[in-house]
Design a protein around this ligand. Structure first.
Ligand SMILES: C[S@@+](CC[C@H](N)C(=O)[O-])C[C@H]1O[C@@H](n2cnc3c(N)ncnc32)[C@H](O)[C@@H]1O
Length: 257
């Protein structure tokens, strides 16, 4: 079974769908919490650089790493085609090389943080990101939460187009293990051109977090505190207060030491 992250063109088209608000939000976050044009930003698990490309174009100095070489090669070519420069390397989110106090900010959205399947790995990741951040710098994490009422919407579908290519994505929650705090997702990508149609299924696990579990994790690291929280609206002027029924949050973590 293919891993959809091994299909960078299709992943990039699929996940670039309706990302404008997310991108504007990130630019505004770094403008608000860290003044300056040429900020140095880190994206752990950057994938195809959906965000690195526009942020580099905007003038930020971006560094990204990922465990998937296909995605990194795709991103490298995209940067070259656009005469942009970013620092890329192959590494695991659990244990990646980082220069201390180099970055003005870091971000990890669209549930990517949940690829860290154990508490030990999540803590290790957060501590390592904190090590790379300058004093008081922030780490933006966007993820779905496990709400008290359970997950009612088990299927998401969307269609994205680029040139001749149409990518239809269906993401279905096919399994849950509350004890191990994992969920299993199936993603079906259907890629159509005028002459060809291909379909790929990818199945993978993500770690689940209730709001409380996320609070506990952040506090356990002792290196971050939660500065503010936002929701699907990505409205920086309207921080939100989440509760146990909330199913999504964008958390602004501030490095405390
Ligand atoms: C949902 S994609 C997000 C990609 C990119 N951050 C974005 O916003 O489009 C998740 C990415 O995490 C990467 N990934 C998963 N587990 C990883 C790990 N342990 N270390 C590094 N990258 C990982 C995958 O290869 C994939 O590129």
């Amino acid at each position: 079974m293919p891993n959809w992250y091994n299909l960078p063109t299709y992943y990039d088209i699929s996940f670039s769908h309706e990302m404008h608000e997310e991108l504007v939000f990130l630019k505004n976050v770094f403008k608000k919490y860290r003044a300056g044009n040429s900020l140095h930003l880190l994206e752990p698990a950057c994938g195809t650089g959906r965000l690195i490309v526009p942020l580099s174009r905007f003038g930020y100095q971006c560094t990204g790493f990922d465990i998937n070489n296909n995605a990194l090669n795709y991103l490298n070519e995209k940067l070259n085609r656009n005469n942009l420069v970013a620092t890329l390397f192959h590494a695991d989110m659990v244990n990646f090389p980082i220069k201390p106090a180099k970055f003005d900010g870091a971000y990890c959205t669209v549930d990517t943080f949940r690829h860290l399947l154990s508490e030990k790995h999540a803590v290790q990741h957060l501590k390592n990101v904190a090590k790379g951040l300058k004093k008081n710098a922030i780490y933006v994490i966007g993820l779905h939460l496990y709400p008290k009422q359970g997950i009612t919407n088990k299927l998401s579908r969307w269609t994205s187009r680029r040139g001749q290519l149409t990518v239809k994505t269906s993401m279905t929650l096919i399994g849950q293990d509350r004890k191990k705090r994992t969920e299993t997702l199936s993603v079906i990508l259907k890629a159509d051109t005028k002459t060809q149609s291909n379909q790929y299924e990818s199945v993978y696990k993500l770690r689940t977090y209730t709001l409380n579990e996320l609070y506990k994790l952040v506090s356990k690291t002792k290196v971050f505190e939660i500065e503010s929280i936002f929701d699907y609206d990505y409205d920086l002027s309207r921080p939100v207060v989440l509760d146990e029924k909330s199913d999504y949050g964008v958390f602004i973590l501030r490095k405390v030491k």
